[in-house]
Design a binder for this molecule. Structure first.
Ligand SMILES: Nc1ncnc2c1ncn2[C@@H]1O[C@H](COP(=O)(O)OP(=O)(O)O)[C@@H](O)[C@H]1O
Ligand SMILES: [Mg+2]
Length: 233
């Protein structure tokens, strides 16, 4: 059973003038354990697709099954609960809480989870260590570089041990060395820990790290290609 199975997803944003068709009928199936890059020009619908697949939004039309269950049947609360339990997000702008330590930022999603509170610290610390930031545990976001902030965001995305990680241009605000580090962490999550990762990127070099590349244009999938990864050749 695929983790993600979407059929004919449409997203139409009503606006003052003509409505915007952000997604014009997208079919998409993603299996557990895949590492998928989503590419396409600005405005092609990448973020819209990720928001629907990530249960942050609902499509105007179409069917979406997450982990075998039709999402349309969930109430907003149930959908939020499923999202908190099963999905981790990493965004271009990091979205960390200011004036809040790295440790507290990473622990945040646990407040909405069923993980017992006595495990919060150890879980968060383990992940902060995994992204190489043990020495920044009690720093605040303003004291971190962009690359470090994004590694905190990745630790936060992982703290609930989600089924899938969605990253929307996670290297978009980073210099190439920090970006490479972030991609390396995502790739390790996939290669070593078997995590399912869906990564939106503009960067060809980043997309080459993925095993499958979905290309969007004008709200439609124009190609869906499985690549042979260098390390697996
Ligand atoms: N909340 C919104 N309201 C109205 N239009 C939107 C909204 N979000 C996105 N759009 C429009 O939908 C299209 C796809 O946007 P988006 O998914 O953000 O593209 P991408 O991430 O590929 O740059 C664009 O034309 C954008 O302007
Ligand atoms: Mg976008």
């Amino acid at each position: 059973m695929p983790l993600i199975e979407a059929k004919q997803l449409k997203m139409i944003y009503a606006s003052e003038g003509a409505p915007t068709v952000a997604l014009g009928g997208v079919d998409c199936t993603i299996e557990k354990g895949e590492f998928v890059a989503v590419m396409g020009p600005s405005g092609s619908g990448k973020s819209t697709l990720l928001q629907i697949l990530g249960l942050l939004d609902r499509p105007t039309e179409g069917e979406y099954h997450f982990d075998g269950k039709s999402v349309a049947k969930y109430s907003d609360d149930e959908q939020a609960e499923l999202r908190n339990r099963s999905i981790g997000f990493v965004f271009q702008q990091f979205n960390l809480l200011a004036r809040t330590s790295v440790l507290e930022n990473v622990k945040l999603p646990l407040a909405y989870s069923s993980v017992p509170q006595k495990e919060w610290d150890s879980r968060a610390k383990k992940l902060i260590e995994a992204v190489g930031l043990s020495h920044r545990m009690y720093h605040e976001p303003s004291q971190l570089s962009g690359g470090e902030k994004q590694r905190v965001a990745i630790a936060r995305a992982l703290v609930t041990n989600p089924e899938i990680i969605f990253a929307d241009e996670p290297t978009g605000n980073l210099d190439s060395a920090s970006g490479a580090k972030v991609i390396e962490i995502l790739r390790k999550l996939h290669n070593e820990d078997g995590h399912t990762v869906v990564l939106i990127t503009h960067d060809e070099a980043v997309a080459r790290e993925a095993k499958r590349v979905i290309a969007l244009k004008d709200g439609m999938i124009v190609s869906d290609t499985v690549t042979v990864h260098a390390s697996k050749r």
